[in-house]
Design a protein around this ligand. Structure first.
Ligand code: SER
Length: 327
């Protein structure tokens, strides 16, 4: 499989938590007009679309998807459109349709239009019953208990199939929970690790939907952006894995997260009202072994919990004082 240059990028799901910030950084590196933002929303909410082209796109509509790729002369698709874990449990068929049909469309279009690369994010949600809970290895049993996890395992297998069978350059990461101050996540189980900062700044209290000792792998957005682009730009010849890189940076319990906030806001209070998302969180690893990503493309995160908390609180406190905490 010959490696080709990234020149014209289409980002699907560009208005989401990762999409809005990744699009901005891709535009900075590859040029505003060379990165087309797209989402199911009719118009950009401003996050990604303020500096470059934005298109409405339903990724389950293969003809419309292919038309955008061909007319915009796209060579690389960053396929972020997805339904997350908590929303998926409420709408399992929709999760399957968006996550699996959408990804299959991206891979089929990559094959037909001979694209240079497709980035297909996966998630810690691929893990479930029977895999080691601590330092979960790259290669282990994948028996997720959520439809989101089922779609992500399917996606990883489809990526590897398209690599092997058709020579499509498909790459993917198992993202942990992503923490960011720009665009709120929507419908995920790890959303508490973002919500808590907003509520700490706004009300100095937070009611968490998972228990105090719930420990999950997390990552701050600058590391997520850096790692994603590093994988996209990695030398294909060095990659032994394709659609399923474990990617970690920190793991902490909700209690430890609350303690780190209290070091900045001593009066911060947290209470716990676990709901259906507790079972989802409990089915996921507490920590991840990402040695394959470190070895094959040099993954090396910068942010730990303390650095994340300082940065989040600084950003949100400033926005709150300007009366635009939520943008
Ligand atoms: N953050 C996602 C979720 O909670 C996991 O990849 O659904």
């Amino acid at each position: 499989m010959a490696e080709k240059r990234i020149e014209r990028i289409l980002v699907t799901g560009s208005e989401g938590q990762i999409g809005s910030e990744l699009t901005r950084e891709l535009r900075r590196r590859y040029g505003d007009d060379n990165c087309i933002a797209s989402d199911i929303k009719d118009t950009s909410s401003g996050g990604s679309g303020d500096r470059g082209p934005y298109l409405h796109l339903d990724v389950t509509d293969r003809a419309a998807f292919k038309d955008v790729v061909d007319t915009q002369r796209i060579d690389t698709v960053v396929h972020l459109a997805a339904v997350l874990s908590a929303t998926g449990e409420k709408h399992p068929l929709r999760a399957w349709n968006v996550n699996v049909t959408g990804l299959l469309n991206a891979l089929e279009i990559a094959r037909e239009s001979e694209l240079n690369q497709v980035l297909c994010p996966s998630s810690i949600a691929v893990f479930g019953d029977g895999c080691p809970h601590e330092n979960t290895p790259q290669e282990t049993v994948l028996k997720p208990t959520t439809i989101y996890g089922v779609t992500k395992v399917t996606g990883e297998l489809l990526c590897d199939y398209y690599v092997r069978r058709f020579g499509v350059d498909a790459r993917g990461l198992r993202y942990p929970g992503i923490i960011s101050a720009e665009t709120l996540p929507g419908g995920g189980t790890t959303d508490y690790a973002v919500d808590i900062y907003y509520k700490a700044v706004e009300e100095k209290r937070y009611t968490c939907f998972v228990k105090a000792d719930t420990r999950l792998p997390m990552m701050y957005m600058p590391d997520c952006i850096k790692g994603t682009i590093d994988l996209m730009e990695a030398d294909l010849g060095r990659l032994e894995h394709h659609g399923d890189f474990n990617m970690a940076s920190m793991s902490f319990s909700v209690q430890e997260l609350a303690d780190s906030i209290r070091r900045h806001i001593p009066e911060f209070e947290i209470t716990y009202e676990p709901d259906y998302r507790q079972a989802i969180a409990d089915s996921w690893p507490a920590s991840i072994d990402d040695s394959a990503a470190r070895r094959e493309w040099g993954w090396n995160p910068d942010y730990d919990l303390e650095a994340t908390t300082s940065d989040m609180l600084r950003t949100l406190t400033k926005r709150h004082s300007e009366g635009k905490l939520y943008g």
